[in-house]
Design a protein around this ligand. Structure first.
Ligand SMILES: [Fe+2]
Length: 302
């Protein structure tokens, strides 16, 4: 499964941050100021690339500061998301344990606001160190022994969060036969609701094999299962929304960290799950960008 970080209880929140009578008062004020949770709204983040050192700058970007900006923006939304999904490359480069410690601190305001997180892995993560770093918060049973793979159920659709980490700090991704077999079974068992597949690696094959190595096997599995409506990915640090020949939506989530193409946005996506489709809003760290707030409406294939 992806690591699930449940919301912090009021008691945990207070003991971690404000263990005083003034803290109790502030805690209750924060609770009363928090908007009601919307079960159909989700915060989608990807490629946070957090370094242990909060001051670390890469490609001119301070990743910790930007993730904090994104977290603040999630919390400012009129609708409180039912959850946040972080689609891999949580760590800066090689999945170091202190990276995960800093990441956990940076996303804590979401948990304090009662927003659970579901974390997936990318090629700049390290599975065992990730599990070890976060095991204190959650260690649920995994349907595929050596991978993160899980279903996150919502009233209008189910998220299928997969693990495409093959080798840490090696660019291509691999789902593997066991995980694909599990996905087929899980999709068949939940064929009555729209399925939204989330994988770190992008699907387009290229000669350099920089993407998902077993992309063909994945497509052979998800294209004919018409309940699969969208494939969300990150990895390329780009924002785009396309549709393949089968009507499957291909959604490239932007990074919260640095981009490789300066024209690309840095930010996150606010997803609203509708009965027959998705409404996605791009949220940019730079609110002055033209595409900040851009909204796309996607109808599900039948
Ligand atoms: Fe990345």
């Amino acid at each position: 499964m992806p690591i699930h970080l449940p919301p912090l209880s009021r008691r945990q929140f207070i003991s971690r941050t404000l263990a005083t009578s003034a803290g109790l008062l502030l805690g209750s004020r924060l609770e009363s100021a928090t908007p009601a949770v919307d079960p159909h709204t989700w915060a989608l983040l990807s490629d946070t690339h957090v370094h242990a050192d909060r001051a670390k700058v890469a490609r001119g970007i301070n990743m910790a500061a930007q993730l904090s900006t994104v977290v603040d923006d999630v919390l400012r939304q009129a609708r409180r998301p039912a959850g946040a999904l972080v689609n891999g490359d949580l760590s800066f480069n090689t999945g170091e344990t202190p990276d995960y410690a800093t990441f956990t601190q940076l996303i804590e305001p979401l948990r304090t606001a009662r927003i659970p997180l579901h974390l997936a892995l990318g090629n700049h993560d390290h599975r065992e160190r990730f599990w070890a770093a976060l095991a204190g918060d959650a260690a649920a049973k995994r349907p595929v022994a050596d991978r993160h793979a899980a279903i996150v159920r919502t009233p209008r659709a189910n998220w299928f969060v997969l693990d495409s980490l093959d080798k840490t700090n090696s660019t291509p991704g691999l789902l593997g036969e066991a995980q694909l077999a599990w996905l087929a079974k899980a999709l068949d068992a939940h064929a009555d609701a729209p399925a939204l597949v989330m994988i770190h690696h992008n699907p387009r094959s290229d000669p350099a094999k920089l993407t998902l190595i077993d992309e063909d096997a994945l497509y052979a599995l998800i294209r004919p299962r018409r309940q699969v409506k969208a494939y969300f990915f990150g990895h390329s640090h780009r924002w785009s929304v396309e549709k393949d020949r089968s009507g499957l939506h291909l959604i490239n989530l932007p990074t919260t960290a640095y981009v490789f193409d300066p024209a690309q946005p840095i930010g996150w996506v606010l997803a609203q799950l509708e009965p027959q489709g998705l409404r996605l809003q791009l949220r940019c760290v730079d609110a002055a960008r033209k595409d900040h707030g851009q909204t796309v409406e996607l109808a599900y294939r039948s």
